[in-house]
Design a binder for this molecule. Structure first.
Ligand code: S3P
Length: 169
């Protein structure tokens, strides 16, 4: 059976939605960032600080390669997992890509007091989030299904995804 792969910017709700979606479908749930943390034996922030973003992306790609070969999973990806072409190819070939979106204002409100996102550590601003979103939009847009989560509860987003998936899983 194919996987359900959740993509989307930081703060769009991939982890909370992914966990509930997996329960509803009876699939196993994997959070890419957690697998990366396990593999590296340190937090995402520590990987960025001690080894840099390039090393983080290498571990991210190797974890994607490993889980893309498995089935019956709901996978939450990190916001930047879609940047590398090869990652997108592997994820796409493993199942259905579901992109979660949210407005810049909502993302900012959800993340502003969060210190666990190294890429926003030095500049947590609407401008920075807007710029990164614009850069990544073409990659997020490649998803099979796109859901706007702005102002919605997790359960409503899960229900919406299930409606879209009907007949495909
Ligand atoms: C990143 C998003 C993070 C994490 C890392 C890099 C990104 O995951 O993978 O900090 O490049 O957008 P979340 O989207 O789960 O916050």
């Amino acid at each position: 059976m194919r996987n359900i792969v959740l993509t989307g910017f930081m703060g769009t709700g991939k982890s909370s939605v992914g966990e509930k979606l997996a329960k509803k479908l009876g699939y196993r749930y994997f959070d890419l960032d957690c697998l990366i943390t396990d593999e590296a034996g340190m937090t995402i922030s520590e990987i960025f600080e001690q080894h840099g973003e390039t090393r983080f992306r290498e571990i991210e790609s190797s974890v994607i390669e490993r889980i893309s070969a498995m089935g019956n999973l709901v996978i939450s990806t990190g916001g930047g997992a879609v940047i590398r072409d090869r990652n997108r190819e592997m994820l796409r070939s493993s199942g259905v890509m579901v992109n979660l979106k949210a407005s810049v204002d909502e993302i900012f409100a959800r993340l502003r007091s969060d210190v666990s996102r190294p890429l926003l550590k030095d500049d947590m601003s609407l401008e920075k989030i807007g710029m990164m979103l614009r850069e990544r939009e073409p990659f997020y847009a490649e998803a099979d299904i796109r859901i706007d989560t702005t102002g919605k509860k997790v359960d409503d987003v899960v229900r919406e995804i299930l409606l879209h998936l009907e007949g495909t899983v």
